[in-house]
Design a protein. Structure first.
Length: 202
């Protein structure tokens, strides 16, 4: 039973990574996907100023420079409790942002344009697939969720894990809502980030 539990992530990592690559190559040869545009335009129907300003704030939490502050503070706190290996892995989870940048140059997908979206997207640099914010957030907050379920006992772990889970969900939504990415970019980033989080947990 223990052996099966330990082996499970080893099978999940390559499967998730293959799904990420498959989606990437689909996008590479068909950059404009109908469902991407449908979903993005659906979000353009209701865009009040208060929601947009909140989405900008939330999306910054998935930015590497901003999120790294949280990662460092968390790692220091964990190291202070003498969990040094765990602290190192928390820091290592943020390296997913580097993988995202590498794969962006492999797939070279253009960012969404105002013509396709039906509204002016937030300014963003670089290629679009995978989303760097989604990759970084999925790896960091996803790894925190994994640690919570490994270290915290009882039903309370579900409530604790809900905090990073909700934050991750909000960041992913913000990238599409703000027009920085198509939803497939965000899904790709989610897959890549989760694969990295599971890999470093092994």
């Amino acid at each position: 039973m223990i052996e099966k539990k330990n082996q499970s992530p080893r099978f999940k990592v390559p499967i998730i990574f293959i799904l990420f690559l498959a989606l990437g190559y689909l996008i590479k040869y068909q950059p404009i996907i109908k469902y991407d545009i449908i979903i993005s335009r659906a979000l353009a129907v209701y865009r009040p100023a208060w929601l947009t300003s909140n989405m900008i704030f939330i999306t910054d939490l998935g930015y590497f420079k901003t999120g790294s502050v949280l990662v460092i503070v968390t790692a220091i706190g964990v190291a202070a409790a003498k969990h040094y290996r765990m602290a190192f892995l928390i820091l290592l989870s943020s390296a997913a942002a580097l993988w995202a940048e590498l794969f962006k140059y492999l797939f070279v997908r253009p960012r969404p344009s105002a013509d396709l979206l039906g509204f002016n997207p937030i300014h963003a640099n670089g290629w679009s697939y995978p989303s760097g914010h989604a990759t970084f957030s999925a790896a960091v907050y996803g790894f925190m969720i994994i640690l919570i379920f490994l270290k915290v006992k009882g039903k309370k772990r579900h409530f604790i894990a809900a905090v990073p889970a909700l934050l991750l969900t909000a960041i992913l939504f913000s990238r599409v809502y703000l027009g920085a990415h198509f939803i497939t970019d965000v899904v790709g980033g989610l897959l890549l980030g989760l694969a990295w989080a599971l890999l470093i947990k092994l």
